[in-house]
Design a protein around this ligand. Sequence first.
Ligand code: ZN
Length: 446
Amino acid sequence: MSLEFNIQNETDSGGRRAQLVLPHQTVETPVFMPVGTLGTVKAVPQDTLESLGAQIILGNTYHLYLRPGHEPIRRMGGLHRFISWPRAMLTDSGGFQVFSLSALRKVTEEGVRFRSHLDGSSHFFTPEHSMDVQIALGADIAMAFDECTEYPADRTRAEESLRLTLAWARRSLDYHTAHRHEVLWHGEHDSPVPKCEGPGAPATCGGADGAGAPRGSWSAWSPSARDQGHPATCGGADGAGAPRGSWSAWSPSARDQGHPDGRTQSLFGIVQGGMYRDLRKESAERLVEMNFDGYAIGGLSVGEPRDLTLEMISEVLPLLPKDKPRYVMGVGYPDEIEQYARMGVDMMDCVLPTRAARHGLLFTSEGRLNIKGKRYAEDQGPADPACDCMVCQRYSRAYLRHLMHSGEALSATLNSIHNLAYYLGVMKRVRATCGGAATCGGADAR
Ligand SMILES: [Zn+2]
């Protein structure tokens, strides 16, 4: 089994609230996914991301493949373990960065030869290789290898690009289907596993040496559990009995769902087709025939006007299966992600909150705020008076401005924490207004 997608409520505008059950986390959707390019959401530690309520983060295949390399990560137990992130992850296919960052690309039917933007070394990516790298990284969701059509692209170019992306989608799916069981945590607990909860829980639920722990569970490979010993009761349904700070104590998957059971990595197809409605339609229909676990709309937010982005999303959404997650890649500003979520987009990611933060741009309930402004030099108020994030609760605009002006590392951290809190808060509000009888586009839904 790959994923479960349980829709809890749908609205007239097409928005839906759902639970996306992934091996490492049950994700409440619609969801915003912070981007952790190189195994880190820049400047923000993992425990802070958890405190902010991030349910799923991205890793970038291209970057991680070049440094530190997917094989070292595989040998260290996969990306979750390497970066100490117990919740859900998604990796992109590497395609977008190959086309946007690398030099001297040569695209053939077989794949893409490119030179690393780091050291000029030569590499060859094929759909099969992208799947192999993503299986090694071991995220909950992998993406089919695609060519992100540039903007603007004339019709002939967009048609050719789409033809390639569809062929690569087929090859990605075939290879992934044949090899997905190689994901390190695949199929854990296919055999009955003692549940570490309730009165009937076995006494040996992960000994000091990990013996007795279910194979592949967090407690089996968590250094903290291994090194510090493990109590007889390893985390009841409510986490009681687990040692504070241990994997099992704070892993939502262990706490909320028992341990992952027999689930494996999912693969999403990516709809391309440039800015041509009929090509987008063809792309969506062909991918749906292939039967992916979920569907993404790619090639947007690449320089086109915003109404065109909206038009393409509106065109594609009704063509995608209602009972599978829909993901729009690489968008957008806070008002955009809210708008798309209310149209029925379940997942979005964007570097904007963290990238803008490092440049001193804060998103607030009062609009965008450039913290570098001189008028904040002695402003004792929080970045956003309506925000309850840990930064706004503690630090003033004057201090944030001072950190920025002084080039202090803490500047990027604090600004990024606030911006992520704002983005995650937008999605939380959308979920709240999509949750019950209220409509997603209700009058009180800003
Ligand atoms: Zn804040």
